[in-house]
Unconditional design. Structure first.
Length: 479
């Protein structure tokens, strides 16, 4: 029995026991007997295993039982500490120096602080930290130097932490960071370059409750981001060049209830697999619609979808220099007017799809050369259209429309043709409209309201002449 226990003791050399005694000074109480101290001191001095010391030198009779007793107690202490070290993956590791108070530390490389009232990023964690999760904390802001001690950090989650401000280059020390989540924070101030030059970053989730706009060059230099989720309901504006430098985004989800996308917001944003824009209230922007050059510089997109949006006016060149797109789909949206050349300037577009929309006016040349050399396919189906004479595209192209277009689109006005297919419109109506229709002010680049009508030039001259005669009769000229 004692021999077996000595075999266990042999697992611990003097150097390890010295480290254990240093790590836990309370074990010194186990060595309070003279014989025990002499044996251990001799072993520590020669850096030899305890069993070698015990068997090498005979112990006097009067010290033998005390020595055995010492080793029994030392054995128990060493075994206890050994179990503690072997159980490093358990919750007991949270008692170590690298674990903030109240947090859970499954390993030295992972820290989870949920519901701990932290006011700043803890600085006592291990420099080997790779995964940090903080939730339901009270941090008002994140500073530039908060992560300077954690260069190996790969995953960072800061959800519901009451973060209000993030400065530029805040995360620049995290050269290994792959994943970043900022969800449920009252973030109101996000500065340019906040997520810049993070070359290892693959996925970013930002869902803020108070953030109103995305500044320019927000992700500049973080060219390897694959997934970017910005589906927040508070963000209403995307500034020019906000997405500049994103070259490999696979999935880009824009904020919900977005109002304004400034021209060239997507400049130098390429290789987007899926661009998702939902609930875009473009009719409330200063352009009362989609501004010219909004998607300028966006290229190599597999699928771009605008869904459930109020787009207002699609101004000329709204999609200018949108290049190499497999599918551009506008779906379930309300469009006040599609102006001439709205889709001009697009290059190498596989399919332009307008499906299940409510559309007011369509300019006469809105789809000129579509399909053609640059846009290979046009799908125009299940839309509700204004079928009045002011709709130049319908009036002047009625005889050229395909059977699918005539059968799968419907009239929303006038009441005479309500909910009828385009193909059911009386041809005499179209002929009459064609005779009256010469030029419509909405066929040109103008912000005039839809209800303005053109007056014939002879009628205008007659009114001016009548007003001049009336003024002369009422205020006669006297010498």
């Amino acid at each position: 029995m004692f021999t077996c226990l000595l075999c266990f003791v042999s697992l611990f050399d003097a150097k390890m026991c010295k480290g254990l005694i240093t790590f836990a000074p309370q074990f010194d109480q186990l060595l309070n007997m003279l014989a025990c101290k002499r044996v251990v001191s001799a072993c520590l001095a020669n850096m030899k295993p305890l069993t070698e010391c015990i068997l090498a030198k005979p112990v006097p009779e009067f010290m033998r039982w005390s020595t055995v007793f010492c080793h029994w107690r030392l054995l128990v202490a060493c075994l206890a500490v050994k179990l503690l070290l072997l159980d490093v993956s358990s919750a007991s590791f949270q008692e170590s120096l690298f674990c903030p108070k109240g947090c859970l530390c499954p390993t030295e490389q992972e820290v989870i602080c949920d519901g701990v009232m932290l006011e700043k990023i803890p600085q006592e964690m291990s420099p080997k930290l790779r995964n940090l999760t903080i939730a339901r904390a009270t941090m008002a802001r994140i500073n530039v130097d908060d992560f300077r001690y954690y260069p190996l950090l790969e995953r960072l989650t800061l959800n519901y932490c009451e973060i209000e401000r993030i400065e530029g280059y805040t995360f620049h020390n995290l050269t290994k960071l792959h994943y970043l989540s900022l969800v449920g924070n009252p973030l109101s101030d996000l500065q340019s370059y906040s997520f810049a030059h993070l070359h290892s970053l693959k996925e970013v989730i930002v869902r803020a409750d108070a953030l109103e706009q995305l500044p320019a060059y927000l992700f500049f230099g973080s060219e390897n981001i694959r997934g970017l989720d910005l589906r927040s309901t508070s963000i209403t504006r995307i500034q020019r060049h906000a997405f500049s430098g994103l070259y490999n985004v696979q999935f880009l989800h824009l904020p919900l209830n977005l109002v304004t996308i400034e021209p060239e917001a997507f400049h130098n944003c390429t290789r987007v697999h899926f661009l998702d824009i939902r609930n875009w209230q473009a009719n409330r922007s200063e352009w009362i619609g989609v501004a010219p050059r909004t998607f300028h510089g966006l290229g190599h997109v597999s699928s771009m979808r605008i869904d459930q949006s109020s787009l207002g006016v699609l101004w000329p060149k709204a999609f200018d220099e949108l290049e190499t797109v497999e599918t551009l789909q506008i779906h379930n949206s309300r469009i006040t007017s599609i102006r001439s050349s709205s889709f001009a300037g697009m290059r190498n577009v596989g399919s332009l799809q307008l499906l299940n929309n409510q559309i007011g006016h369509i300019a006469r040349y809105a789809f000129q050369e579509i399909p053609g050399d640059q846009v290979y396919e046009l799908q125009f189906m299940e839309n509700d259209l204004d079928c009045s004479c002011r709709n130049g595209w319908l009036v002047h192209n009625f005889q050229k429309l395909s059977n699918d277009t005539l059968k799968r689109n419907y009239c929303s006005s006038p009441d005479l043709f309500l909910q009828q297919q385009l193909g059911q419109i009386d041809p005499a109506w179209i002929v009459n409209c064609t005779k009256k229709y010469d030029h419509h002010h909405l066929d040109t680049f103008s912000r005039a309201p839809l209800s303005v009508d053109r007056l014939p030039i002879p009628m205008l001259i007659l009114l001016i002449t009548f007003a001049f005669i009336l003024c002369n009769n009422r205020f006669p000229i006297t010498n």
